[in-house]
Design a protein around this ligand. Sequence first.
Ligand SMILES: *Cc1c(COP(=O)(O)O)cnc(C)c1O
Length: 481
Amino acid sequence: MPTTDDIGQGRAESMRDLLEEAAQRALSYLGHLPQRPVAAACDAPELMRMLGEGDLPFEGRAPAEVLALLDEVGRQGTVASAGPRYFGFVTGGSLPIALAANWLAGAWDQNAFSEMSSPMGAAVERVALSRVLGVLDLPRISQGAFVTGATMANFTALAAARRRVLLAHDHDVDKDGLTNAPPITVAVGESAHATVLKAIGLLGLGRASVVKVAADAQGRMCPDALSRLKGPAIVCAQAGNVNTGAIDPIRRICAQVPAEDVWVHVDGAFGLWVRALRSVDALDIEPSRKAEASRIAEQGVGLEDADSWATDAHKWLNVPYDCGIALVRDAEALRGAMSMQADYLPQATRCEPFEHTPEASRRMRALEVLAVLDTLGARGLCALIERNCHQARRFAESLSAAGFEVLNEVALNQVLVSFGDDATTLKVIRALQEEGTCWCGGTRWQNRDAMRISLSSWATTDDDVDRSLEAMLRVARDIVG
Ligand SMILES: *Cc1c(COP(=O)(O)O)cnc(C)c1O
């Protein structure tokens, strides 16, 4: 085993030495996470200098020396987003079992594109997919794809949607393209995530040609306008508005558009996990918390009526980046959009990974999903989601009690807070980020600047909430006076 004296001395020569050194460095990094400032110490240009700009030298260096440099620079250039007090964007940490599975998958280095290239890859994906469908209680006939994130999951599911709504009009878009296809109406909620529009653009459906459907004050799509929708059409609903956490009334949306040539897709990057709260009765928590959790769970009723769902595992499921999941009820539509043929490919079996994903070669990212789900069980997953929602309510209640305005109904894991006028709110956000106890980003909500607090990490304890609240209130009072 290399000692600390060896680190950076280039003495770790064998595979074992190098990997043990990497594990030690990783453990030391993770050990410091709860104490260190959450923001990065250095900016990207400084880090580039530390990494050494310029051409690749002709001679390489000892792997241990390279590892040491990456670790030292990484400590200064990483954000402690895997730690317990990072509340920016919607960011999960990595559960220990997820990181452990990630290391194993890295060592296996499987090409998870087919059963032939990796029997384990194919088996893990199928088992993980059925676990996900089970714990979210979505139609078991659905097929799915493990992709890099919700952006690609949206893209994948919408490709299946595009195929089916046009097949209903006797047009095979994957074979014949969009040129002579009947135009598809794409309806999105006013507060749809930017990546849904990006996916729509990538599919040739035009980011700016979408029909924007009005939303309520929490960003929930109003379903009534959809009754006039004529196919071929795709409705992009949302479970988990990135600012408020609000979930669209999916059951009512689906009831408005029962036609064969209208597809309802749900972007549930983090909000889809609300379905895990179904088992809340089995949790060992106070009755009042149970009642709150049951109310939250009700928002997810009816999500099963949709045609497809996109979600992230690297947010609320707390696996490492990058992992998103596309789920599609009509397996043939997904397969028709994603399948390919080549002389060297195995004969299609209808459940090969490459028949359902935009990629061919890919890492075995489903391993981390399977490892986390089997470790947590339905109860542990429910407890994680419930705890984060409860922590969000604690933030909201304490900030309101201190006289600051919470701008959203805290119905999930997101809190929007204003510290006064826009300039003051921006000042508080910046000062809090510099203070270092925790990290929250800013956003615009209904023409006001707000600080956004997202509770999505397994690592956040109630004590972390207290410490972060103390820092927020101290920093805000310093500025507001
Ligand atoms: C994060 C998010 C996305 C994009 O997900 P990526 O994993 O970043 O690709 C899409 N929709 C919503 C609602 C999100 O929160």
